[in-house]
Design a protein around this ligand. Structure first.
Ligand SMILES: Cc1cc2nc3c(=O)[nH]c(=O)nc-3n(C[C@H](O)[C@H](O)[C@H](O)COP(=O)(O)O)c2cc1C
Length: 367
C-alpha cells in the first residue's frame, strides 16, 4: 500500500471518532473564516496553502504560453483560426449585417489561415474539415463585405495569394445558413425524457469489449455539443486494454471497488493551450462536460452504459496521472468515464433528482 493510501486510511479512521471530527471541523471553520471572508483573506490563505491552486495557475499560464508558441507549429487544429472564423460567422449572421465588420481581426485571421494552409501536406497538418470551414467562411465574408475599405482590401489580397486548398466534400453546412435548412428531428420530448431517464450511472458491466466503432459513433454526437467560440478544447482518450484501464482508473480513486471490471475507460482532457487569456480558464471544463453528456446519451442509444468518475484536483493524484498519461502542464483531466455493456443483474443507485421547483426560479429579484 502506498504511503498516500496509508495516510488516507489513518485520517479516515481518525475522523470517524466524533471528537476528532469536531476538532477538525472547528479548525477548518476558523481557517475559512479568514480565507473565505474576503478577497484579502483568500490571498492570505493562498500564501501558506499555495499548492492548492498552484497547479491550476501553472496550467493556465503554461497554456497561454503554448497558445502563442503554437502559432507556427503544424497542428491538427488551429484554435486561433477556429475562434476568428467563428467570429466572422457571427458577423455574417448579424441583423442587420454591417458592410464592414471584423476590421480589427481580419488581417490576423488571414495570417492564421495562410499558416494553416501550409500544414495541409503534413501528417500532423490541419484537419481538412477545419480548413474547409475556414475557407468557406472567408469566401462568404469577402463576398459580403465592402472591398473599398483598405483593411479589407489588404486582407483579401493576402487571402487570394493562395489557391483554395481543399477538395474535401463534407456533408454539412460549412458557412452560415438559414434555419429553414435545419433538418427536422423526429425525437419527441417523451423520447428524449425516456433516454435521459434510461441513462443512469452504471458501474457493473458485462465482461465483453466495447467496439471502438460504437465509441466513434458516440463521439460524432459528442462533438455536436456547444463549445465556446467553437473551439472544442477537449480530447477523449479511450483505453480498452484491461491492465491499462485498471491502472488509470485506480488513480482516480472514485472507481474503488469496481475498476477491475470496467471494459473501456475514457479520460476526458481539457486543453488550456486554446486560450490567450486567463478569463477563459474554466471553459475547457464546461465544454468537455457538455460534450460528455451528449456522448453518454449517444452510448445509451447503442445499448452501452457509463459512469463518470470524479477527477479531484489533488496534487499527488494529478502528478501521478500526468506521469502516467504523459500530459503537458496545460492538459487538465476533467473527468474519467467508465463505459461498457450494463450487466443486467447489476444494481443501480436510485439517485432521486431534485424537484424542478428547487432547481429553478423565474424572475428572481435583481438590483
Ligand atoms: C462530476 C462527477 C463526478 C462523479 N464521480 C463519481 C465517482 O468518482 N465515482 C462514481 O462511482 N460515480 C461518480 N459520479 C456519478 C454520480 O454519482 C452520479 O452521476 C449521481 O449520483 C447521479 O446518478 P445518475 O448518474 O445515475 O443520475 C460522478 C458524476 C459526476 C457528474
Amino acid at each position: 500500500m502506498s504511503v498516500f493510501k496509508k495516510i488516507k486510511r489513518v485520517a479516515k479512521q481518525a475522523l470517524a471518532i466524533p471528537t476528532v471530527r469536531k476538532t477538525y471541523e472547528t479548525a477548518t471553520r476558523a481557517v475559512l473564516d479568514v480565507g473565505g471572508s474576503s478577497r484579502l483573506g483568500a490571498t492570505i490563505y493562498s500564501l501558506p496553502g499555495f499548492l492548492t491552486f498552484n497547479r491550476e495557475q501553472y496550467a493556465v499560464l503554461a497554456g497561454r504560453r503554448a497558445y502563442y508558441k503554437n502559432f507556427t507549429k503544424p497542428r491538427r487544429s488551429h484554435v486561433e483560426l477556429r475562434r476568428n472564423v467563428h467570429r466572422l460567422e457571427k458577423g455574417l449572421v448579424m441583423e442587420p449585417r454591417r458592410p464592414v465588420f471584423a476590421r480589427d481581426y481580419i488581417l490576423e485571421t488571414v495570417e492564421f489561415y495562410l499558416e494553416a494552409v501550409k500544414g495541409t501536406d503534413q501528417i500532423s497538418g490541419i484537419d481538412p474539415a477545419e480548413l474547409t470551414w475556414a475557407h468557406n467562411v472567408l469566401e462568404a465574408y469577402f463576398e459580403a463585405v465592402d472591398h473599398s475599405d483598405p483593411v479589407i482590401a489588404r486582407a483579401l489580397e493576402g487571402y487570394r495569394s493562395v489557391s483554395a486548398p481543399v477538395d474535401v466534400v463534407i456533408d454539412r453546412h460549412l458557412s452560415p445558413y438559414e434555419h429553414s435548412e435545419v433538418s427536422e428531428s423526429d425525437v419527441s420530448y417523451d423520447q428524449l425524457l425516456a433516454l435521459a431517464r434510461r441513462r443512469r450511472s452504471v458501474r457493473w458491466f458485462e465482461p465483453r469489449p466495447v467496439p471502438r466503432e460504437l465509441l466513434d459513433r458516440a463521439m460524432i454526437v459528442a462533438r455536436e455539443a456547444p463549445t465556446a467560440c467553437n473551439r472544442e478544447p477537449f480530447e477523449f482518450r479511450f483505453f480498452d486494454d484491461p491492465e491499462t484501464v485498471q491502472k488509470v482508473a485506480n488513480i482516480a480513486q472514485g472507481a474503488g471497488g469496481y475498476a477491475h471490471q470496467i471494459p473501456t475507460l475514457a479520460v476526458v482532457i481539457g486543453r488550456l493551450d486554446y486560450y490567450f487569456s486567463p478569463r477563459d480558464r474554466h471553459v475547457p471544463y464546461i465544454d468537455a462536460s457538455l460534450a460528455g453528456m451528449q456522448f453518454m446519451l449517444a452510448l445509451e442509444t447503442e445499448g452501452l452504459s457509463s459512469s463518470i468518475i470524479n477527477w479531484p484536483d489533488f496534487e499527488l493524484l494529478e502528478a501521478k496521472m500526468q506521469r502516467t498519461l504523459g500530459l503537458a502542464p496545460f492538459e487538465r483531466v476533467v473527468y474519467l468515464m467508465a463505459i461498457g455493456y450494463p450487466r443486467s443483474d447489476g444494481f443501480i443507485p436510485s439517485s432521486v433528482k431534485k424537484s424542478v421547483d428547487v432547481l429553478r426560479t423565474y424572475d428572481a429579484p435583481t438590483k
